[in-house]
Design a protein around this ligand. Structure first.
Ligand SMILES: Cc1cc2nc3c(=O)[nH]c(=O)nc-3n(C[C@H](O)[C@H](O)[C@H](O)COP(=O)(O)OP(=O)(O)OC[C@H]3O[C@@H](n4cnc5c(N)ncnc54)[C@H](O)[C@@H]3O)c2cc1C
Length: 454
């Protein structure tokens, strides 16, 4: 990433701390400190992006804030080297939840092993009660706990790192001022459950980058930048709540593994599973139900892929979307403005497969129509916009031999989609029967005016 950004003219200042900034009508003055030389200096810039993580100073100094609850629970994570291949060979996985009569330490009652480099480098994690203060992180204690989690009292372990982190449920309602934009963990703070962290941060960046670029290049009015917060703040809220819910959704699972009051509650819980009596039947059914709930953590495609934007950077349709299946679990592919363009396999002129996801973007808007939508092609060419690329699906370059796109596009073949550089659909026209090229051009022009001008 650094190399790519460098090639495009970015400069870097490592070992440099952001101290504060002052924003005015024309720009931002940022005060920095070089930690190698201890030199403090300022930089004048048109815009400032605060991607400075969960303790964001930029957010604070911009007068923005996250609301919610910080440090709801604590977790120890320790990175270590140990050869666990003999334990994983028959069921290789990236993540193991460990529940055994001996490993019920921590608040949650489960331990976790995460493969970092299969099968020799791992993270072990367990919860701790924050009311009891800092947990014991001595090598001796940590090694003892890892051995217990693995179930091997003689396991050779090399500890590489030990840390604690806290479960947060907090998000910002507003991500930007006129010239300062905050993104990533700075504006959404949540536990790793559901794996929504890094990807959401990258999506924030993707959303903001093309907009800033368009404003700086003079393709768009500064008003476009307002859509960043309008589009991303609802997503931030959604994923913060989802990740925290996924964590809470362990409660039924913990319940089936634990018999309160028993001498060893976990041992008693596990014993229940082998019990032929109605008690055992009940435990087995409860376990199945508890695991079904975890689909919302591990198999929830909709959580990320059903995000919909409503803002001045989308020409939304008035009719509300009807969700055909569970919105969190299942992807609902659609070409409605505000949604990400659906994936469909196409074949190019050389016979290679390519996805509709890959024929858009790269900094440009994309006009997509079908073979009978030639009037859109002519209209787009007349507009002569340097940032508009044209794709005719059904042409030799973008063949649709399995009719995947035809099934998913929702618009008629002569309709049109206008897709933003980040792959989100900005506008669509369902069909163009009886349209003249001039009418198509006017519609296209109006759409761009609405999307990019004040
Ligand atoms: C234990 C754990 C497990 C996780 N697991 C997953 C997972 O499975 N999947 C997933 O998608 N995500 C996961 N995440 C989340 C993911 O790591 C974060 O969402 C992501 O790294 C946040 O990126 P960011 O760039 O916003 O912030 P950060 O990665 O925190 O980067 C912020 C940067 O800003 C720098 N900085 C801060 N203040 C200043 C300052 N004043 N001046 C200069 N520099 C500054 C910091 O040094 C840092 O380099 C996990 C997080 C944790 C803690």
């Amino acid at each position: 990433m650094i190399n790519h950004a460098r090639q495009r003219g970015a400069t870097y200042a490592f070992n440099t701390e952001y101290l504060r900034h002052e924003e005015d009508k024309n720009g931002v003055t940022v005060f920095l400190k070089d930690h190698l030389t201890q030199h403090e200096y300022s930089v004048r810039t048109k815009y400032l992006i605060g991607a400075d993580g969960a303790n964001s100073k930029v957010l604070q100094n911009a007068g923005l804030s996250v609301q919610g609850e910080l440090a709801r629970a604590g977790t120890v994570y320790t990175l270590f080297e140990a050869d666990l291949s003999q334990y994983t060979a028959h069921r290789p996985s990236i993540l193991y939840w460990i529940c055994s009569p001996d490993a019920a330490f921590g608040e949650i009652g489960f331990g976790l092993l995460r493969a970092i480099k299969p099968w020799n480098q791992w993270i072990a994690g367990w919860g701790f009660n924050i009311k009891d203060g800092d947990p014991d992180l001595s090598d001796e204690e940590v090694i003892k706990k890892i051995r217990t989690l693995v179930g091997d009292p003689n396991l050779e372990i090399k500890i590489l790192n030990k840390s604690t982190w806290y479960v947060n449920q907090a998000y910002a309602h507003q991500y930007s001022t006129d010239r300062v934009f905050c993104a990533g963990d700075a504006v959404h703070r949540h536990p790793p459950s559901s794996g929504l962290g890094l990807n959401t941060c990258v999506q924030d960046a993707f959303n903001l980058a093309w907009k800033l670029s368009y404003v700086l290049k003079g393709y768009a009015d500064q008003r476009l930048l307002q859509s960043f917060s309008l589009e991303r703040a609802p997503v931030g809220k959604q994923i913060v709540l989802r990740a925290n819910q996924s964590r809470l959704d362990y409660a039924p699972l913990q319940k089936v593994f634990r018999i309160p009051g028993a001498e060893n509650p976990i041992a008693a819980g596990i014993k229940n599973f082998r019990d032929p009596s109605p008690k055992g039947v009940e435990a087995r059914l409860a376990a199945q139900k508890a695991l079904e709930l975890k689909q919302y953590e591990f198999n929830a495609q909709g959580v990320e892929m059903n995000q919909r934007y409503e803002s001045n950077a989308v020409i939304n349709e008035t009719e509300p979307e009807v969700w055909k299946r569970d919105k969190d679990l299942y992807l609902q592919a659609t070409t409605r403005p505000g949604a990400k363009i659906p994936h469909a396999w196409l074949i190019n002129r050389k016979g290679y497969k390519l996805s509709t996801l890959d024929i858009v973007g790269k900094g440009d808007f994309t006009l997509i129509t079908g073979l009978s939508g030639q009037l859109w092609v002519q209209a787009a060419k007349k507009l002569n916009l340097s940032f508009l690329q044209i794709r005719v699906i059904g042409s030799l370059e973008y063949q649709d031999p399995y009719c995947e796109w035809q099934q998913r596009r929702e618009i008629q073949e002569n309709g049109v989609l206008l897709v933003r550089p980040d792959g989100f659909i900005a506008w669509r026209v369902m069909q163009a029967d009886g349209f003249s090229v001039q009418q198509a051009q006017t519609q296209l022009e109006n759409a761009f005016t609405q999307l990019l001008s004040s």
